[in-house]
Design a protein around this ligand. Sequence first.
Ligand SMILES: NC(=O)C1=CN([C@@H]2O[C@H](COP(=O)(O)OP(=O)(O)OC[C@H]3O[C@@H](n4cnc5c(N)ncnc54)[C@H](O)[C@@H]3O)[C@@H](O)[C@H]2O)C=CC1
Ligand SMILES: O=C(O)C(=O)COP(=O)(O)O
Length: 524
Amino acid sequence: MPKVLIADKMSNRAVEVFKARGVDVDVITGLSKDELMNIIGDYDGLAVRSSTRPDAEIIGQATNLKVIGRAGIGVDNIDIKAATDRGVVVMNTPFGNAITTAEHAIAMLFSAARQIPSASTRTQAGEWPKSDYKGTELFNKTLGIIGCGNIGALVAERALGLKMKVIAFDPYLTPERAVELGVQKVELDELFQRADAITLHTPLVESTKNIVNRERLGMTRKGLILVNCARGGLVDEEALKDALEAGHVRAAALDVFAVEPAKDHALFGTPGFIATPHLGASTNEAQENVAVQVAEQMADYLLTGAISNAINTPSISAEEAPRLKPWVDLADKLGTMMGQLLHEPAKSIEIVYKGGITSLNTNPMSAAALAGLLKAAMPEVNMVSAPVLAKERGIELTESYIDEAERAESLIRLTVETKARKFAIVGTIYRGEPRIVRLFGVPMDAAFAPNMIYVRNDDKPGFIGDLGGILGNAKVNIATFSLGRMEQGGEAVCLISVDGDVTDATADAIKAIDQVKIVDRVRL
Ligand SMILES: NC(=O)C1=CN([C@@H]2O[C@H](COP(=O)(O)OP(=O)(O)OC[C@H]3O[C@@H](n4cnc5c(N)ncnc54)[C@H](O)[C@@H]3O)[C@@H](O)[C@H]2O)C=CC1
Ligand SMILES: O=C(O)C(=O)COP(=O)(O)O
């Protein structure tokens, strides 16, 4: 039974889902990095929110880990590269807390416009400070949205409902989508120049780091309201403090900070400043949504291989997972066999899908074939890490599709090019079993087995008798024997599956048979 660790506080519904699905689950929150490193090796899955930060060191200790599930949206607390290199799927729940976060942004906008937190504190302190607070209406004001994805779009809809004018900067926002949302797409500088209020909804990446900086704050209209419910690091906090103190920015409401938890911050106490402790996603509804979703996604992956909302690998739906499985296994076996027979570094790999299989999602098959191919040199590689590792090594992948299969209903052909040569292997599924139908140009029909011997020989009498004698003397039992040849008396290929290992001495004895040119052992 797979075992999952829930390392951040999340709705107990996650535990219920894991248990109902047959996944063992521990909930241990508040672990130090060392504590997490000590126990992470026991788990197949790790479920987190934003507090736990699985970095390269933690992932390096996670010898059994297959999946990290983020009950939420932002995955900047997870070292995706380290996870990918180790073949760990990273998945998030991209929609479950979006409405809640959009509502928090709108709440922050109103709080800032009317200074509700400070007015409330002082009223409750007995001051009745009515004359100190003159807010600003949002009606008819221009809201600039930076990042108009999930949450940005939800904020736009709500702001339009408040009768604000909405302008948006997002390099990936299409003009059609902008029209559909009823927002005006603008460039970044124009947004800073025109907005009465700005709200941020981008991830923290190189291009968004300090997107609200001193220079851009300088372009804004006096009396600006700034809201950040996305990520700390999008705003230059020092520049914001200066702009608030100068009275240029009227109010700023931050839910997120460059360093969290922010317990002692230069902005605290600045006039017009409002802070919440990363509460954007903190409602019952959102937490239930993300907990259930992350647990279901992680259980699906651990139990069936279905992948949804993965950041670092293609998706496989629950419906297609069982249909894909035999083909993914076949691709893995073809790649593994090729990897062991190649003896030269691969430069490129071409995968041709033929027949009915072309209507399936072939991404996982290609990833499995690549993983198989790389396995000989990198035993830890899997479908998640293979595409990245292949790219890093300059191995080019091309995929093509032919609807009509020649011999069997569906075929996968793997052609690998090295510096000097090209090798091809073709496989199919016959009666539910993976089979090799062509190897290095020679037609054949062979099953895969854990221990196989590959022999390339001249098609001349006497070879099979000699080979049988050598294996018999070595007490190696032959399970199946498959022969193929280009033409009578030409080059032949022989694949023998055997029970148990073949020693170097036995392989050398086979190599010494007259007709034999090449002997290789293949382990699947
Ligand atoms: N405060 C909180 O508790 C929460 C914060 N978040 C954060 O909110 C942010 C947005 O989340 P979603 O809307 O779901 O993400 P999303 O991926 O749907 O949208 C992000 C948008 O930012 C845009 N973008 C990327 N680079 C940009 C750039 N340089 N300039 C302008 N736009 C750019 C993208 O094109 C995309 O449309 C994320 O950082 C997420 O982590 C999400 C949930 C809760
Ligand atoms: O989903 C996100 O990106 C969030 O920032 C929410 O973070 P949290 O799960 O509340 O720690």
